[in-house]
Design a protein around this ligand. Structure first.
Ligand SMILES: [Zn+2]
Length: 325
């Protein structure tokens, strides 16, 4: 899960961000509001992405170790956003832990949001002191963490309240997938097989983690079946499969599938222009009805203690179930 906000549609995003906690009075309210929203969205996507990736690991074509945390740095923002970033996060340079997934290896090891990263397997984190907004240092840090984890153990040194702590994390096996949130008010998401991109607008349009899991589960389903990127799916079979399988994927991660129909009904109410559907996509109303039926199937299977998988679709082939160091 990564963050590459372009900060282009602040007003639209702010309109959806009324539930934000009180912000520091001295900071630029618009900028701080957008940043606070992005930070909150990133944390939500990290939580949901981790749960989906762990619960569905055996279905994914590729797996990797997941530690259950994400990192952030002021360097990922333009210079004029950094004072506000520091006001919100108390991080003025280097890297800190941005999000910790609940019940993850990082949470169990005692890592906390806001811990400053001092070392990854005894090596210092990469430089992060550019004047331009630059996502590359975050990617470098993530690559170092991936390499350090490849033997099944990750040793971090962090600073918390002025004290140094050594933390050992035993990462879990999950789907090999990266989630990113980019700026923009559009209610859309896409995937290229390894990277899932969510617009800030669609994340802001979800009422809770379960609805976010509906959106993310749909994209994960596209990944499991290696659906082509340019789907040109006039008959809608691929999108229908992603809706149904996606709801099963979120249910397997412990989310309430009733969030599926709820999300699509709200989408339909907010976006009347989509009432007839679009290329390959049924209308929000039809998708709500489909997911009502799917949620009922899931509930039936649960009460019968059956496997959480729909009859209508074959399980995607998991080519390589083993994770080799
Ligand atoms: Zn789709």
């Amino acid at each position: 899960m990564t963050l590459r906000h372009s900060l282009t549609s602040a007003a639209a995003i702010l309109a959806a961000a009324l539930a934000l906690p009180a912000l520091p009075a001295h900071a630029d309210e618009a900028k701080t509001g957008v940043l606070a929203l992005f930070i909150a969205q990133d944390r939500a996507v990290a939580q949901v992405g981790y749960r989906l990736a762990i619960a569905n690991a055996d279905l994914c074509p590729r797996q990797r170790f997941l530690p259950g945390f994400t990192v952030t740095s002021p360097v990922q923002y333009a210079l004029d956003y950094r004072p506000d970033f520091t006001a919100l996060t108390r991080l003025d340079k280097g890297f800190a832990i941005a999000a910790i997934a609940a019940d993850s290896p990082a949470a169990r090891a005692g890592l906390r949001q806001g811990d400053r990263l001092i070392a990854i397997d005894r090596a210092p984190p990469p430089a992060a002191d550019g004047k331009e907004a630059d996502y590359a240092p975050i990617e470098t840090a993530n690559a170092l963490i991936d390499t350090a984890m490849s033997d099944g153990v990750l040793n971090l040194a962090v600073e918390r309240d002025g004290a140094r702590l050594d933390i050992t994390i035993s990462p879990a096996r999950g789907c090999d997938l990266t989630w990113q949130v980019i700026g923009g008010e559009g209610w859309n998401a896409s995937t290229d097989g390894r990277l899932v991109t969510l617009r800030s607008g669609i994340v802001a349009g979800t009422a809770d983690d379960a609805e976010l899991a509906v959106v993310m589960g749909h994209e994960l389903a596209h990944n499991l079946y290696a659906d082509p990127i340019a789907r040109g799916d006039v008959a809608g079979g691929i999108e229908r499969r992603a809706d149904v399988v996606g709801l099963y994927l979120m249910a397997r991660a412990g989310y309430d599938p009733q969030a599926g129909p709820r999300f699509w009904r709200r989408f339909g109410a907010r976006h009347p222009i989509h009432a007839l559907g679009s290329l390959g996509h049924a209308s929000p109303k039809q998708r709500g009805t489909l997911l009502d039926d799917t949620a009922r199937d899931i509930a039936r299977r649960r009460s019968a203690h059956g496997e959480l998988w729909p009859d209508s679709y074959a399980r995607p082939g998991a080519a390589d179930q083993t994770l080799r160091p």
